[in-house]
Design a protein around this ligand. Sequence first.
Ligand code: SF4
Length: 325
Amino acid sequence: MVNDILIEAKDLSVYFPVTKGIIRQRRIAEIKAVDAVSFFIRRGETLGLVGESGCGKTTLGRTLMQLIRPSSGEVFFEGENLCRLKEDELRPIRQRMQIIFQDPFDSLDPRMSAGEIVAEPLRVHQKIKGKRLREQVGELFKVVGLDPAMSGRYPHQFSGGQRQRLGIARAIAIRPKFIVCDEPISALDVSIQAQIINLLEDLQTEFNLTYLFIAHDLSVVRHISHRVAVMYLGKIVEIADRDALYRSAKHPYTIALLSAVPIPDPYVESTRERIILKGEPPSPMALPPGCNFHPRCPIGVEVCQREIPLLREVEENHWVACHLV
Ligand code: SF4
């Protein structure tokens, strides 16, 4: 259903110029951080976005929010093309989109108390003040599992998990519809990760939130995602419903990533065969011709070196970019 879609990227590309020269800068190359990517996220859905670091996940998340403007392509949010809007027209729309960072410490002002941090978006965007502001901040603390009595403390006085809860409280303060969760648990202890995932799931149900959940491995997104997209060097190479992807991944890169996911059964785990990809990913400044993955692909054939595989629907709701699938 088309109106079921909250946000959609169409043929979205983000290229960063590489320049040389001190007085007169010359463009000598470009980094294709995101390259002709198309996908959508439904309302109330979590799309997991997985790939090695440097593959363009974070750039893609920020481009959806127009924090980075794309080189080409379009982003539709609630049917509106954000790429056509000027900065001042985007401002009210950005209130409906928020971001949760990997390390909230970097994004929380160390000179502001926790209460002030959570209050700021309410004060600035919704002009709430006084007793009502204090009440709403206290309520947000409770919603994310923090004691409102902690509102006078400063970010450095919180543990990593508590700081992430604070970042989440700030992100949901003005009731956004869409949140980019940019590796929100990668910097946390394993014991805390599940708590934050559960909190995000509870908030999704309570506030009908839609998430893009970015992570660098498939084990992290399994629990929270409804669908999963796998990214390699700026392109989405596979996207499918979560269970279909974990049961029958089709792209050789996804299969290799899945082979690295530990299995909780000790017997099955002892027989797990890990696929080690040869070499490192090529530089995004000098991508190989044809399929980006061909220098490392264990099953590549001649055509892979010449032709870029398009993302095709190979089964219902299961899209893959590979000549051999
Ligand atoms: Fe491997 Fe070729 Fe498929 Fe690329 S298109 S993933 S190189 S088989």
